[in-house]
Design a protein around this ligand. Sequence first.
Ligand SMILES: NC(=O)c1ccc[n+]([C@@H]2O[C@H](COP(=O)([O-])OP(=O)(O)OC[C@H]3O[C@@H](n4cnc5c(N)ncnc54)[C@H](OP(=O)(O)O)[C@@H]3O)[C@@H](O)[C@H]2O)c1
Length: 200
Amino acid sequence: MVALVSPVPSNGAIIGQGNAGSALEKGLQQNGYETKTVGKEPERVQALTEWGEVIILAIPFPERSNAVDAMGDAVDGKILVDVTNALSENSEYASSLEESGAEELQAMVPDATVVKCFNTVFSEHMPSGKLEGDALTVFAASDDEEARETVVSMAREIGFDAVDAGPLEKARWLEPLGYLNMQLAFDQDMGTNIGFRLVR
Ligand SMILES: NC(=O)c1ccc[n+]([C@@H]2O[C@H](COP(=O)([O-])OP(=O)(O)OC[C@H]3O[C@@H](n4cnc5c(N)ncnc54)[C@H](OP(=O)(O)O)[C@@H]3O)[C@@H](O)[C@H]2O)c1
């Protein structure tokens, strides 16, 4: 991993312009960040990765290696925020407690710094970080402390209660928490107007 240039980014390149990507874009734009998004267009993914100070990956889990190929070495030296939930094409849980999807992603981009964050909240709450006026908690996990601080600051600026969760290994527990969120919403019929908050 290489040292990061700036702890206070002013822009974010968002790969994925679906529910999560566009909701995070809204949250960042409302708080003064310049943002650009891109979908499944490899040349534009590379150009946008070059442009962004922080890269936000908000694409389906099975698409990660295609996006990594498209980003190429443009992602080197940058923070790559992993918003993905570990779901297979059949929507089954696709990660393990021995190695998270985020650690797998870090191995795919060894010269970037992966930060797992935002996967435990529904996109409806990403523009404000809040539900019924209460800030929802998001957790940032990364092996680089400065990168964690950067993403925690970005999330707080959106309006989230953001918590430094420690090294990237903690994504082994953040990914099941994202899965539980979906199970509560869809299997337990609670809907997406729910979210987690760490009381302390
Ligand atoms: N939705 C939520 O509430 C939520 C919450 C937390 C985490 N997440 C996670 O965020 C990720 C995105 O979810 P979503 O709900 O936003 O999905 P979505 O609405 O289906 O959007 C997916 C986006 O990813 C793009 N994409 C697919 N393959 C790509 C590739 N190889 N390179 C670049 N872009 C690619 C798609 O582009 P095209 O339109 O061009 O195909 C689309 O813009 C998933 O991993 C999900 O688990 C979602």
